[in-house]
Design a protein around this ligand. Structure first.
Ligand code: 13P
Length: 246
């Protein structure tokens, strides 16, 4: 059985010194994380230092986002080429969609860029509160998944993050998550095949912490978690990792 994935989306919470401090603590207490597959997503500017300081080869590093383009006159943007050794890249996080106006079409291009560079993609999808209340969850997810390529040849992870749960402490019930994840799996089966759909990894994200992780793990389709604020605090992240049983 595969280990539970703990993907730590540090957003813009940690500066360079804080990121290095976090890594030093991981180096000292690595055994606390041994039951999980950990992927860290520092700020772009901190990735290099995180990689330099991290001792474990088991912990992977990713970018939180990337530009569609790989080089050129794009002031302030970050190319997936500029950080050559990342294992993962997140695309379509709701904060990129809602604050920075990343449309499904932009996200489609970003996903293709990530695939073109043989980096593992984590595509974030999920409905807003308003969409949930208007019973649009399935149609929103359809649109967000319709950007996937016709042939899926690369590794894909899908993070289901209901926007209304991110940073709010409002957790969906396990039944709610199970229903949406089943919908996602079935959609993948209809887009590709049962075999390919089985290979796509599913994460849940939104207000995951040490108190919720055990009950969320009861959702059979969950392969791991994409964690925001609790992942940027070493003790809180360690507490989550220690709840994971093999
Ligand atoms: P929180 O864990 O802070 O709710 O954030 C979730 C998230 O957005 C992870 O990408």
């Amino acid at each position: 059985m595969k280990k539970t994935i703990l993907a730590a989306n540090w957003k813009m919470y940690l500066n360079e010194n804080e990121s290095i401090d976090f890594i030093n603590r991981i180096n000292q207490e690595e055994s606390s994380f041994s039951n999980a597959n950990v992927i860290l997503f520092p700020s772009h500017t901190c990735i290099n230092q995180v990689q330099k300081n991290l001792k474990s080869n088991n912990i992977k590093i990713g970018m939180q986002d990337c530009d569609i383009h790989t080089s050129g006159a794009y002031t302030g943007s970050v190319s997936i080429n500029s950080i050559t050794t990342v294992d993962y890249c997140i695309v379509g996080h709701s904060e990129r969609r809602l604050i920075y106006n990343d449309t499904n079409s932009i996200i489609q291009n970003k996903l293709q860029t990530v695939f073109n560079h043989d980096v593992n993609a984590i595509l974030c999808i999920g409905e807003t509160n308003e969409e949930k209340d208007n019973n649009q969850t399935h149609s929103v997810i359809d649109k967000q998944l319709n950007i996937l390529p016709k042939d899926l040849k690369n590794n894909l992870t899908i993070a289901y993050e209901p926007v209304w749960s991110i940073g709010s402490g409002n957790l969906p019930s396990n039944e709610y998550i199970e229903e949406v994840l089943s919908y996602i799996k079935n959609k993948l089966k209809s887009l590709y095949s049962d075999e390919i759909a089985e290979k796509v990894i599913l994460l849940y994200g939104g207000s995951v912490d040490e108190n919720s992780v055990n009950r969320l793990l009861e959702v059979k389709l969950i392969n791991g978690f994409l964690i925001g604020s609790a992942s940027a605090n070493f003790e809180a992240f360690k507490a989550i990792a220690e709840k994971i049983k093999l």
